[in-house]
Design a protein around this ligand. Structure first.
Ligand SMILES: Cc1cc2nc3c(=O)[nH]c(=O)nc-3n(C[C@H](O)[C@H](O)[C@H](O)COP(=O)(O)O)c2cc1C
Length: 345
């Protein structure tokens, strides 16, 4: 039912300014979930096999990518739609408003989005409270963490450590975002020396937290699609040396080669959706080779159909995430991917 009504809803939503449509949709989804309508409309998610990754069991391999539920206050609603895991955030230690608007642009002819949101989020404490108050979602919740805009890169590690500690009691996994193009200097933390230093500190803190709490929370790093082969090889080795639990590949791209003729291509920010698909699959393949298949990969970037999902799996991804595909195709895409399964796209 929900799947059949989405094309109509999308028509109406796409008439609204993109960020207004986003905020309105989240409010509507939450309200529909609270009063039981969403459950009736969405029905039962398709049966799919559980999957093990990062030492955890996931109800299925398809998750919601970071950035859609930045605050973590819509987890139950997204869960109803069939996602097996939801990555909230990016969340920073302090709340921050993000970049000036407009900062979100739809490119419907390309099934793409450009955003320069700049980590608008309510801060880690509220994120934790929101996750604690989710009640019905049975899947896994990841915390995607970042640094505040006014924290200089030499102190970035303190922001990540603070978020790690705060999220520890409630997160199923932590994703360290080193790849947003919209926080000045963030991507420099993907440099081999900086990444090694960051990982060393984070792993030491995780060991302490495990000792104190008796629980362990896997650590993932989210990478950019704009890394070259040499950078991927160097990072892969560092990830192996520091026993990283997963690589999330990829974030949005700053490259505009595939949308040159598009007037909005000049907008600053990260490009996602269909034009990102092949590039992100290549990066998944390159990381898979660089780590010899020893670190699982969460594949994200331009999954607009079950065959795109299959391509990511063939490139080496264990889990998958959607953002833009969900905006363009709605809940139907979740079902199509889940019912296609890994071998039958
Ligand atoms: C509007 C918007 C906001 C995003 N915000 C974040 C974010 O806060 N943190 C993050 O790690 N990724 C963020 N992303 C990137 C997505 O999680 C995803 O990696 C990227 O969009 C590629 O997937 P897609 O092609 O399915 O959209 C954002 C993407 C969009 C479109």
């Amino acid at each position: 039912m929900l799947e059949r009504t989405y094309p109509l809803a999308r028509k109406a939503l796409f008439r609204l300014e993109a960020e207004r449509a986003h905020n309105w949709s989240l409010r509507a989804l939450r309200a529909a979930d609270r009063c039981g309508i969403l459950q009736a409309l969405a029905g039962e998610p398709p049966q799919s096999e559980e999957i093990r990754c990062m030492g955890l069991t996931f109800p299925n391999r398809l998750g919601l990518a970071a950035g859609l539920d930045k605050e973590g206050n819509s987890i139950d609603a997204f869960g109803r739609l069939g996602f097996g895991f939801i990555e909230i955030g990016t969340i920073t230690p302090k709340p921050q408003g993000g970049n000036p608007t407009p900062r979100l642009f739809r490119l419907p002819e390309h099934e793409a989005i450009i955003n320069r949101m700049g980590f608008n989020n309510p801060g880690i404490e509220e994120g934790v409270r929101n996750v604690e108050s989710s009640t019905t979602f049975k899947g896994r919740v990841g915390f995607n963490i970042g640094k505040n805009k006014d924290t200089p890169n030499e102190h970035a590690v303190d922001d990540y450590l603070l978020c790690l500690k705060s999220a520890w009691p409630v997160a199923d996994y932590i994703a360290v975002n080193l790849s947003s193009p919209n926080t000045p200097g963030l991507r420099a933390l993907q440099d081999a020396t900086a990444a090694a230093h960051l990982l060393e500190r984070l792993q030491a803190e995780r060991a302490d937290l495990s000792d104190q709490t008796g629980r362990t929370v896997p650590l993932a790093i989210k990478v950019a699609p704009d890394l070259d082969d040499e950078e991927i090889c160097a990072l892969g080795q560092i990830f192996l040396d520091h026993s990283l639990d997963a690589i999330i590949a990829t974030n949005t791209t700053i490259d505009r080669a595939d949308i040159k003729a598009e007037p909005l291509a000049k907008e600053a920010g990260g490009l996602s959706g269909a034009p990102l698909g092949k590039r992100s699959t290549k990066v998944i393949e390159a990381f898979h080779q660089a780590v010899g298949g020893k670190i699982p990969i969460i594949g994200v970037g331009g999954i607009m159909s079950p065959s795109d999902a299959q391509a990511k799996i063939e490139a080496g991804a264990t889990l998958l995430q959607l953002y833009s595909g969900f905006i363009y195709h709605g809940p139907r895409l979740i079902r199509k991917i889940l019912s296609a399964g890994p071998e039958n796209p």
